[in-house]
Design a protein around this ligand. Structure first.
Ligand code: TMP
Length: 225
């Protein structure tokens, strides 16, 4: 089973992924957690270029670098893991490309889809959790201990995060459009809900896919936070 998490930067995916991994391990499900971009030695180098570079990478260059990292990860790690029956949790997958490079950077959807198809080897998620948050709230979260207004050239931000509020508004709209197109795959969550509320909703959706686990109310909800 492939479970993906999506959302704009600052939506709180990492916390929920950590909780879900723990819960699945408690159910004795073999689980592998990966992130995009990254996950192989080459893909981690591509991640560095994409996020840490101070260069102005062109939109198409960016699309191809994300896709190169994805092809590496899918072919070398994800497909072999799924073949041995592992559950893979993936922090971002091709929906990020549609939202960020398609809606955010304005790359044509048809051209983008061709590149996505090339990099995923027909792999599709069984379930995708989308954590919805406004870019303003996401930035407030990240900068909660700092004073406003936020400077988008802040050195604490990576190359993508420095793209500004309008970029993230487009990315969020992108996600909302993708969800309308493929509603059956998505579980939409309000990222401002309490972490434990979100975790409960997530295991309610994952439980039916776990052998011998049909009723989530019979099980614990992870680390109790
Ligand atoms: P993250 O690991 O902190 O989420 O950082 C990854 C960044 O890369 C995040 O800003 C989203 C962005 N991204 C894209 O723009 N396109 C993609 O296809 C992927 C996977 C990520």
């Amino acid at each position: 089973m492939l479970i993906t998490f999506e959302g704009i930067d600052g939506a709180g995916k990492s916390t929920q992924i950590r909780k879900l991994r723990k819960w699945l391990a408690e159910q004795e499900v073999e689980v592998l957690v990966l992130r995009e971009p990254g996950g192989t030695a080459t893909a981690e180098k591509i991640r560095d270029i994409l996020l840490e570079s101070r260069d102005n990478i062109s939109p198409i260059g960016e699309l191809l670098l994300f896709s190169a990292s994805r092809a590496e990860l899918v072919q070398k790690v994800i497909l072999p893991a799924l073949e041995t029956g592992k559950t893979v949790i993936l922090d971002r997958f091709f929906d990020s490309t549609t939202a960020y490079q398609g809606y955010g950077r304005g790359i044509d959807r048809r051209m983008l889809q061709t590149v996505i198809d090339l990099s995923v080897f027909s792999l599709r998620p069984d379930l995708t959790f989308y954590l919805d948050i406004s870019p303003e709230n996401a930035m407030l979260r990240k900068f909660s201990e700092k004073s406003l207004p936020i400077a988008f050239d802040d050195t604490e931000l990576d190359r993508i995060e420095r793209s500004g509020l309008d970029f993230f508004r487009r990315v969020r709209q992108g996600y909302l459009d993708i969800i309308k197109e493929e509603a059956e795959r998505f579980v939409v969550l309000d990222a401002l809900d309490k972490p434990q509320t979100l975790h409960k909703r997530i295991i309610e959706s994952v439980s039916p896919h776990v052998p011998g686990k049909r009723n989530p109310s019979e099980s614990s909800t992870g680390d109790g936070r």
